[in-house]
Design a protein around this ligand. Structure first.
Ligand code: S3P
Length: 168
């Protein structure tokens, strides 16, 4: 079986849906951001603050290359990972790529609870979400399957993904 790879904007539910998928399939979840934090012994916010976004993207690409070599796992990526063609190619080689979507308002609500997204720590986060989404849409659409997460629980989204994969 191919890996199941979750992409999509910050707050689209990748980690929570990844946990449900891992539970339903009895597979291991690899959360790329968590792996980066472990390997650098720093939070994502600290990496951004100390080294900047470009360095974070380099670390992220190396981690994606590493986790893409694994088999039979669920992989949850960070929201910016899909922008790089190199990342997407690596992930698609061993996995089926699912993009989770939600409206900017929902993203704002879901990400507002925590303060751990450096890119959204701006005066007008909704404007930033709209701007980033517009730019990233073309990259997210390269996923094999798109799933709308509006008004659905992570469990429902995970079940929908498994249905779609079965029918592919
Ligand atoms: C980012 C998304 C974050 C994290 C970093 C950058 C992005 O992951 O990788 O803050 O560029 O969209 P989540 O999508 O899990 O929040």
């Amino acid at each position: 079986m191919k890996n199941i790879v979750l992409t999509g904007f910050m707050g689209s539910g990748k980690t929570e849906v990844g946990r449900e998928l891992a539970h339903l399939k009895g597979l291991k979840l690899i959360d790329v951001d968590a792996e980066i934090e472990k390997s650098q012994n720093m939070t994502i916010s600290e990496i951004f603050k100390r080294f900047g976004e470009q360095k974070f993207r380099e670390i992220e690409s190396k981690m994606i290359e590493r986790v893409s070599r694994k088999k039979n796992v669920i992989i949850a990526t960070g929201g910016g990972a899909a922008i790089s063609e190199r990342n997407m190619d690596a992930l698609k080689k061993t996995g089926i790529v699912i993009c989770l979507t939600a409206t900017p308002q929902t993203i704002l609500q879901r990400t507002g609870i925590t303060d751990d997204r450096p890119l959204l720590r701006v005066e007008d986060p909704l404007e930033k979400i709209n701007e980033l989404m517009l730019h990233r849409k073309q990259f997210y659409e390269k996923a094999d399957i798109m799933i709308d997460t509006e008004n659905k629980t992570p469990r429902e989204v995970a079940e929908e993904i498994l249905d779609k994969i079965r029918n592919e």
